[in-house]
Write a protein that binds this ligand. Structure first.
Ligand SMILES: *[C@@H]1O[C@H](CO)[C@@H](O)[C@H](O)[C@H]1NC(C)=O
Ligand SMILES: *[C@@H]1O[C@H](CO)[C@@H](O)[C@H](O)[C@H]1NC(C)=O
Ligand SMILES: *[C@@H]1O[C@H](CO)[C@@H](O)[C@H](O)[C@H]1NC(C)=O
Length: 591
């Protein structure tokens, strides 16, 4: 009551008011940003009858048959559609404009597995053209969607060398390795410049060059692309600016097109003059597609509610691999070529709202990736699209809102984080599908071995049941060697398979929509389970995923516990801010 408030000239005590929060609408007519979609599908009811809620997992301390081949660190990586590289990686190579959340997200993976592999390519690689410069310091520009002549009508793009320099700058900060895509749509006019410059700029950080993307979907009738690979290879061999002539990757069929992978093999792909040019063999496949949302005439719109249960079971990931199941053992391993699932996710054409962005997709992503590793694939790249895709592992906010919105970290990023930790950094991990609980589709389990010794166990519960009646307990033990006395457990949890954000991995989270700068937040919560006579009982709530660490080495070995983090050092849209020198503020006597 004794205080008098004086207002500066022109300022009056207006009181306070409220206004609507800044809203975001889509730049693409008729399509809203995927992160704004709030669809939470009702979760499927628990199966009736329930699978057994108690079962044993007994591993052998050595000599276990049926393990996968040795898997390299960084098994699960990302496939970034070339046209959105400027949203995901950064604006250009000036290091102030690399996306800080991207660096932080990659750093969290490197903390666990020592490296991350990222592919830049996709449909847009086919019509990508290198230009000397673009206005406003841009490195990438999208053309007119109506000029697109690729299967998903993605607009043609033009790019500058700055895209490759940006990738190199990222690798100078963090151990990120790259796959790049070269166009294969017109073998009478080869465009090899991306290989020439890719090798010169990325050096050892370039892992391979993909020859064409899903050539079986090219709009060229029943033409046999396999024979044209020879033309491409001859072009590479005659190009003096290409120093490494044996880092090509193919055939990258989609499994849905004009010819099958088997037809590519039958057409003579597997012969020395082709294989000598190849560093990897590749394929691309999604579990399903939502293309009816984009294109007329390819069938009715699909209802995500009907499809949700298809993703919430062990046989889901297996079904994606099934068409290619023989390739690893019959073609890739005997010819000493790693076989990579180059582009994949829940559903092509952006995924399904309520499925691709749900906790269920995070469980699906881990199970599917582990199944790929168990099936002797050597790596997999989860696809990242633009702002309208539901399956994104993480996505930036629109440019004009980046000063007040962070990123939204989606389910598949959590899958990648868990995979990095489950497989670890040793390059000597092998994985076994345990076909647990009588091979139940709802409670799958895997064991991960390091140098032949059991290191970690992965336990899934796909059932959605808040009552607790579907929480199962797995009794874990190891035959031979000294009995287990205690194990550590990390959980990936969310209230429901339908939940969209705020999942926790060992108690930590990337939060909700627009909340993340790429650093995981919250207190680490690792459970310790004391074992009784070598038997360790692990509770697995419905739904959740649990990673059991069978030794201290298996625990500390796959998470160094120190993440390099990156601060935001540049701000845009600072025009409405005032700066006051701290020393003046301190003596300003309140003015
Ligand atoms: C950002 O741009 C979009 C498209 O022009 C617009 O709809 C949206 O309102 C803008 N956001 C802000 C905060 O200005
Ligand atoms: C993977 O390869 C290993 C080694 O060749 C083999 O023993 C194992 O059976 C293969 N796994 C599958 C699922 O085919
Ligand atoms: C794993 O392999 C990569 C690539 O060959 C190599 O850079 C890394 O040092 C290896 N890690 C270990 C622990 O040997």
């Amino acid at each position: 009551a004794d205080v008098t408030i004086y207002y500066a000239p022109g300022q009056k005590p207006f009181g306070t008011g409220t206004a609507a929060a800044a809203a975001q609408t889509s730049l693409i007519p008729g399509k809203s940003y995927a992160v704004l979609n709030t669809t939470e599908l009702p979760p499927p009811a628990p199966p009736n009858p329930l699978p057994s809620m108690q079962f044993d997992i007994t591993l052998q301390s050595s000599g276990t048959p049926g393990l996968s081949i040795n898997q390299q660190a960084g098994f699960l990586g990302f496939s970034v559609e070339m046209s959105v590289a400027n949203q995901i990686l950064g604006k250009n190579s000036r290091s102030t404009l690399i996306q800080v959340p991207f660096l932080n997200l990659m750093s969290a993976l490197i903390e666990r597995s020592g490296r991350v592999n990222v592919r830049v390519g996709g449909n847009t690689q086919e019509q990508a053209a290198l230009v000397d410069s673009l206005p406003d310091g841009r490195m990438l520009s999208k053309g007119d969607r109506s000029q697109a002549s690729n299967p998903t009508a993605t607009p043609p793009i033009i790019y500058t060398l700055d895209l490759l320099i940006l990738m190199r700058e990222i690798s100078n900060l963090l151990n990120v390795r790259w796959y790049l895509g070269a166009p294969f749509n017109d073998t009478s006019h080869l465009k090899l410049d991306i290989i020439e410059h890719g090798q010169a700029i990325l050096g050892d950080y370039l892992l391979g060059m993909q020859v064409g993307n899903e050539p079986d979907l090219f709009n060229v009738g029943q033409r046999a692309r396999p024979s044209e690979i020879q033309t491409f290879i001859t072009g590479v061999n005659n190009d003096a600016a290409i120093t490494n002539k044996s880092m090509l990757m193919g055939p990258s069929v989609s499994g849905n097109g004009n010819f099958t992978e088997q037809q590519v093999w039958d057409a003579g792909f597997i012969q020395p003059d082709i294989l000598n040019s190849m560093s990897h063999l590749t394929v691309e496949h999604y579990q399903d597609n939502n293309c009816a949302l984009f294109f007329a005439g390819i069938g009715p719109l699909r209802d995500p509610q009907d499809l949700f249960p298809n993703f919430l079971k062990h046989s889901a990931g297996k079904s994606v691999i099934q068409p290619f199941i023989n390739t690893p053992n019959a073609i890739a391993v005997p010819n000493k070529k790693p076989y990579i699932m180059m582009e994949t996710n829940t559903a092509s054409c952006g995924g399904f709202p309520g499925i691709s962005d749900s906790f269920g997709a995070a469980l699906w992503g881990i199970d599917y990736s582990m199944q790929l590793a168990y099936s002797n694939f050597s790596g997999a790249m989860m696809h990242v699209g633009g702002l309208t895709a539901f399956y994104n592992v993480r996505i930036s906010s629109a440019t004009n809102e980046s000063s007040f919105h962070g990123w939204s970290v989606g389910p598949i990023y959590y899958s990648t984080l868990v995979m990095a930790e489950a497989m670890g950094p040793t390059n000597a991990s092998q994985i076994l599908d345990l076909k647990a609980n009588n091979n139940s589709d709802f409670t799958p389990a895997y064991a991960i071995y390091e140098n032949g010794v059991p290191a970690r166990i992965a336990l899934f519960n796909y059932i959605d049941d808040p009552s607790g009646a579907s929480t199962y307990s797995a009794t874990v033990s190891i035959n031979g060697g000294s009995p287990l006395s205690q194990v550590k457990v990390k959980y990936l949890t969310a209230p429901s398979v339908s939940t969209k954000y705020n999942f926790t991995w060992a108690g930590q989270t990337f939060g909700g929509v627009y909340e993340s700068d790429g650093r995981i937040k919250g207190d680490l919560d690792v459970k310790t389970v004391t074992c009784n006579g070598g038997n360790c009982v692990i509770q697995v709530p419905a739904p959740s995923f649990a990673l059991v660490f069978l030794s201290e080495q298996a625990f500390s070995g796959s998470d160094t516990g120190t993440t390099v983090t990156f601060p935001t050092t540049v701000f845009t849209k600072t025009l409405n801010t005032a700066t006051v020198d701290a020393s003046i503020l301190a003596t300003s006597n309140g003015h």
